[in-house]
Design a protein around this ligand. Sequence first.
Ligand code: PRX
Length: 635
Amino acid sequence: MSNYHIKHLEEYYQVYRKSVRNPENFWEEIAEEHFLWRKKWDKVLEWDFSKPEVKWFQGAQLNITENCIDRHLATRGDKTAILFEPNDPNEGAEHITYRQLYHRVNKFANVLKEQGVKKGDRVCIYVPMIPELAISVLACARIGAIHSVVFAGFSATALATRINDSDCKVVITADGSFRGSKTIDLKGIVDEALEDCEGVNTVLVAKRIDSDIQMKEGRDLWLQPLLDAASDQCKAELMQAEDPLFILYTSGSTGKPKGMVHTTAGYMVYTAYSFKNAFQYRENDVYWCTADIGWITGHSYIVYGPLCNGATTVLFEGVPSYPDFGRFWDIVEKHKVNQFYTAPTAIRALAKQGGDLVEKYNLSSLKVLGSVGEPINEEAWHWYNDNVGKGKSPIIDSWWQTETGGIMITPIPYVTPTKPTYATLPFIGIQPCLMDENGNELKGNQVEGRLCVKFPWPSIARTIWGNHQRYKDTYFSSFENKYFTGDGALRDEVGYYRITGRVDDVIIVSGHNLGTAPIEDAINEHQAISESAIVGFPHDVKGSALYGYITLKDTGEYRKQDNLRKEINQLISDKIGPIAKLDKIQFTEGLPKTRSGKIMRRILRKIAEKDTSNLGDISTLLNPECVQDIIDNAL
Ligand code: PRX
């Protein structure tokens, strides 16, 4: 039996038991046998959730890029590491072999070094889904710089906040990006952001759309000539196991985004191991995750996990609807994709187009289908299973988070029997539990509560950049000695988990986490607006969409509501990004509040969901009269 590759259900149970009975022995064995270490650890695990502090493989030294690239050169040098599929199918795919990747990463790493980037420095990467994105991530890791990738759909304000929060000196970007039939002026967004970022002294610009952009003298440099001149050999920096590898921002329900910090050794071991098993990856398979590297899914399961396993990973620049809604299936057929990992929102958008477009393509290469980012509804699950998988490819509904670094609850394909809408069983080494509101653990099956994890796993985020107290408050103070996920879940009669959704003020729109408070803050900056409250409501493609209740300061001038709606969404686009735009905006005379002045979102949520039969006791509100008015004018 190999603990590294699980092939039967009994094996899963056996390995799982081993991994929770003696986690240190278990992870030590995995780490020892499957990775390249420059120095072995002195201690496998040290942890204390009350501080909170988690350290894996202390004393070990390594470089993750040697694990992702160098060690494959002898046996997989000519194998495709990254298979780049451009936005325009006529441009043709690019196959980057492990050897080419090695040279390109080293060149990029040397360019960063020449620009003065050193171990521990933060580098912001604001690059579209082109090879330079993965290469810049790996180049940072090569020299021990901490990468902070910002999704290239975020606005200038959102980018500036992230650059400043982690004090990045260097920004890597591109002249622009292709998105379906559109182009986006990325460099323009960076220029605008940098007006508020005094610390940035270098901007490296990749050429992608060949647009006429402004280059600021003394700050902006074209990347290609620097890469051409750089050596393709760069010694990997020796990293300590717990040295930070990257920062990745995620929205909180309140306040500014949280820069989750992931460290080196544990993250590497867990993402590689979970990739191998959750996707049942085998040598020569072609694996494709459609996420953007700007999100954790892309970090762990486009870049690090697959490359650590010597896999071929597809990097797709475009969108599912361009040139038409058959694009995903065209790519699957063209590259004979074996594992396909996407989000429920994409599945729903494609399902809306019917099965005909799927039928046109030969999808017989597919062996595993994955879903991630939000709960997958039953209808979407069946459409995916019947039309894409033809009932033959198991669907892995994988639950995890930016904070967890890797997949936490998931079926293992061909091992765990699946059940629609259920993420099923904990992955190896993961000890989930459900808690009631009083802090008691709900034992046994057929229970529903708040989803926590009792014991550390190697890829848990170690802190929030610059704010350890917030890390503690957010994840470790709701339930003693447990990591609280912010999600609700139920456990069925056989112990399968089903994630029921967020229990805080985070709304997942098309798979993107959006905190309500930052959106409200953006809206409230409008001079005509007095107050706002954002809630989610069900949407057939996005999963959830945003409903804003807004009260105005005066009722005169600003009653021209259509304009105002546009202005509000423009403001949100500018401050956060187009993904946070409101689908519905209702102007109200007041918002229901408790006597202590807290907005009663529960009531607003119910109205947005068109479920007003049971609003509970509203007589204790400060202003119960406003509720009927809101119901009467609901959209
Ligand atoms: O609410 C859960 C939901 O997405 C949240 C994490 O979002 P993020 O940090 O952006 O990471 C997404 C990709 C890993 C979770 O707290 N979520 C993620 N996967 C699932 C899910 N909800 C239900 N089922 C899933 N499979």
